[in-house]
Design a protein around this ligand. Sequence first.
Ligand code: NAP
Length: 243
Amino acid sequence: METGLKHRSVLVTGASGGIGAATVRLLNAEGAHVIAAGRNQERLSALSKETGCETRVFDLTSEDDVRSALSDLNPYGVVNCGGWGGEIATPMDANIEVFDKVIDINARGTLLVTKYASQRMVESGKGGAIVNVSSQASLVGLAGHVSYASSKGAVDAMTRVSALELGKYNIRVNAVNPTVVMTPMSEWYWGRDDIGKPLIDAMPLHKWATEEDCAGPIVFLLSDAASMITGVCLPIDGGFTAV
Ligand SMILES: NC(=O)c1ccc[n+]([C@@H]2O[C@H](COP(=O)([O-])OP(=O)(O)OC[C@H]3O[C@@H](n4cnc5c(N)ncnc54)[C@H](OP(=O)(O)O)[C@@H]3O)[C@@H](O)[C@H]2O)c1
């Protein structure tokens, strides 16, 4: 498959985390020029040493930070992967400060990066592709996920609206909706047998996703092989939301 990503510049947020770093590695293997973003400079530097990627440190909750970090970039592609899991709580006992924070990072942060990156992409006139990392939690009701699911539901909605608005500039916008990946974000909860086993039992493929299982579809959606695909939310869920 020809990805067309060689020498193209791709910004990946959340690159200091599990799924983001796997995406950086795969993009690097495809010959893309990667700008890896996050807050943890140490982890980004290690990834840079390994892959040669450029790095940017910024906080997704600060519009000033995002604007200035993106001011000298001219990306062809963007992966909005930075995110936070929030808490496990019912609607009756949800902590509203946690709700605000998870919306701030996951939904508002995705919109901020999309806003400042797409301005540059439109100016360049070369088209491009954005992939938002959402979650299966936005597609079905998962107990305890009221705040996180709300933030990812917003990401799915902004994916569709952005696809509509940016299509005329040949910029495609899609989302991926992974099931559980055993990164630190999810391990403490889904790693519990009483919590994780019912999900694994119900899922047709009966296994957790890996970081690499997510990176492949993300890179596919960025690539020329997906040139007619925009506005979709693609589950990477072993069939969990299909049954
Ligand atoms: N793990 C799962 O089960 C799962 C399933 C479905 C979807 N997802 C989604 O996949 C994405 C990546 O998650 P992951 O599993 O790779 O988790 P992870 O290893 O915990 O990584 C989270 C990433 O988000 C960054 N981040 C968090 N808050 C930030 C902020 N305020 N500003 C800038 N960056 C921030 C972190 O950066 P620093 O560490 O540098 O602060 C880190 O790079 C998230 O959007 C998550 O919601 C995860």
